[in-house]
Design a protein around this ligand. Structure first.
Ligand code: HXC
Length: 514
């Protein structure tokens, strides 16, 4: 009988905590189009798999009347559960409790789940919905953030860390998401900024709405601070589950291999890559012609769209795709696309995901803006990332491979394991038009018919260099293949490189260009 009382008491205590800030606060949260912390966790994880810890934690605030306040679970829900039957660690800030603000014990709960995730080598998902540092706790709150950042950094490259922004995320609080691998945002719900509209108005006299300053579109499209854009929270949760189905759950286990399936959409790659080298096309069509079930999960789809990055499976095995996108700015490399590609390459390398590079670009983007924006150091990131990567790395030259672009896009010279080229590939220092203008300037200007002479010189240059055979003759291209052979060659290459052994010189860490 006594035991029953204790159990009843436990149930009652848990039920009280589960109500967070109370029924009214939950109704307010739901009415504003947001789920609560626990609703979110339940929607992300496999049904009934969530185990919550530290439900009965007490906050440690003693100032400004805090000692009399009871903050349920101190405004953050932590625990473990499964996604597709695989274990993950998760925390979700509860905005219904003191605006999800972060005090010392709130932070300690987050660092506890971070420590669990790292020790158990399982992914860590963080749902951010918070007014930031709990003002009443002063420096203790700041200390809490510091302890989170430290763990974010230590876990980087060991376990996947996912940040889901589902409410405000302001001030220094944005730096935990920025230190993690992937940031998810939802239209109308997510906001991220260092200083909000009020401060900006006071200090600079500029007026801007929260959404325009740091909403989902802004960060997914403009700043590149976020990687996945969703219209709704549910869509965002599907993206999280999908990503975790594709990537390895730590840096030693490898991605889950699934049954090999053929591409479901039978594209004729010959028709996707146009004969005319100036005609744009969507390189994602090429990717879908290669991957199992034509499934391609794009990362940072809206940012720097001149390069495409994402995951797909070939023969049941996850690979990372890095592809120039001729549809946007002819697929050039610029500051943003270099940053995007370099980070993705480093992610793949850290988690042992083989990489497939699809190349079709006229080179780095010229111009004063780019030069002054630091295209040298941004562009160098791509060189660094490919050179440093020891995972299997393959390149398919679809069409143009000019100048610095040729070298940067995982060339043999940066350590590619296999470089394939289509018969129409053009591998040269620059395009035939530009090349003819420079090296035959004198002949062209002095000719009786300069236009005809120019055309003749362009054709001459094309014949000599705008093909894959000069590079193939030097062993820089391993095989010239027909587009239909692409998938078969890549499957073979994946098998070939399964036991690849490659190591960089021993060092504490490199110093990549920033
Ligand atoms: C304590 C906070 C809080 C905070 C919100 N609350 N933010 N309590 N510390 N930082 C409380 C409110 O007092 C309120 O409590 C409840 O949460 C809900 O807040 P509202 O303002 O009613 O909600 P809303 O109108 O939706 O506005 C949300 C908001 C706003 C935009 C987040 O609350 C806000 O601007 N908060 C302050 C944001 C901020 O400047 N944070 C500090 C950032 S600096 P009651 O009891 O009334 O329900 C920082 C430094 C980190 O974080 C450094 C790390 C290195």
């Amino acid at each position: 009988m006594a035991a029953d009382i204790k159990i009843a008491e436990l149930i009652e205590r848990k039920a009280k905590v589960a109500l967070g800030g109370g029924v009214k606060a939950i109704e307010k949260q739901n009415a504003s189009g947001k789920l609560t912390a626990r609703q979110r966790i339940d929607a992300i994880l496999d049904e009934g798999s969530f185990h919550e810890y530290d439900m009965f934690i007490k906050h440690s605030g003693t100032e400004f009347g805090m000692q009399d306040k009871d903050l349920a679970a101190d405004g953050v829900v932590i625990g473990t559960g499964t996604i597709d039957s695989r274990m993950v660690a998760i925390f979700a800030q509860d905005f219904t409790v003191a605006g999800g603000s972060l005090g010392l014990m709130h932070a300690r709960k987050i660092t506890k789940i971070q420590d669990y995730a790292l020790a158990m080598r399982i992914p860590c998902i963080g749902i951010n919905d918070s007014g930031g540092a709990r003002i009443q706790e002063g420096v203790s709150a700041l200390a809490g953030y510091g302890e989170i950042f430290l763990r974010n950094t230590q876990a980087s490259g060991v376990i996947p860390q996912l940040s889901v922004i589902l409410g405000p995320c302001a001030g220094g609080a944005v730096y935990s998401p920025a230190l993690t691998d992937y940031v998810f945002m939802v239209e109308g719900v997510s906001k991220m900024f260092i200083t909000g509209p009020e401060v900006i108005k006071t200090v600079l006299g500029e007026e801007i709405s929260m959404e325009e300053l740091g909403g989902a579109r802004v960060h997914c499209e403009k700043t590149g601070n976020a990687h996945f854009y969703a219209e709704t929270e549910q869509e965002c949760f599907s993206q999280i589950r999908k990503l975790l189905s594709l990537v390895p759950h730590n840096n030693e286990c490898g991605a889950e291999k699934t049954e090999a399936k053929n591409p479901s959409r039978k594209f004729d790659i010959n028709n996707i890559v146009p004969i005319d080298p100036k005609q744009p096309y969507d390189v994602r069509e090429v990717i879908r012609a290669i991957t199992d079930e034509s499934d391609f999960f794009e990362v940072q789809e809206l940012f720097a769209a001149n390069i495409v990055t994402g995951f797909g499976r070939i023969d049941g095995q996850t690979v990372g795709f890095i592809a120039n996108q001729p549809l946007v700015m002819a697929g050039v490399l610029d500051c943003d696309s270099s940053d995007k590609a370099a980070r993705f390459i480093r992610y793949c390398d850290a988690f042992n995901i083989p990489m497939v590079t699809l190349e079709d670009l006229p080179g780095y983007l010229p111009g004063v803006d780019q030069e002054h924006a630091g295209v040298i150091r941004h562009g160098a990131k791509v060189l660094y990332a490919y050179s440093e990567a020891t995972v299997p790395k393959f390149t398919v030259i679809l069409r143009k491979a000019y100048g610095g672009g040729y070298i940067a896009m995982n060339s043999r010279h940066l350590g590619a394991d296999l470089v394939l080229a289509y018969p129409r590939a053009e591998i040269a220092v620059m395009g035939p038009e530009g090349a003819a203008n420079i090296i035959f300037r004198k002949e062209i200007t002095e000719a009786a018919d300069p236009a005809a002479e120019r055309q003749a010189k362009i054709e001459l240059y094309k014949e000599k260099f705008a093909n894959p055979y000069v590079a193939a003759a030097k062993g820089y291209v391993d095989a010239v293949i027909t587009p239909e052979q692409t998938r078969e060659y890549l499957i073979h290459a994946l098998k070939l490189t399964k036991g690849k052994v490659a190591e960089n010189p021993k060092k504490k860490h490199g110093i990549p260009p920033f």
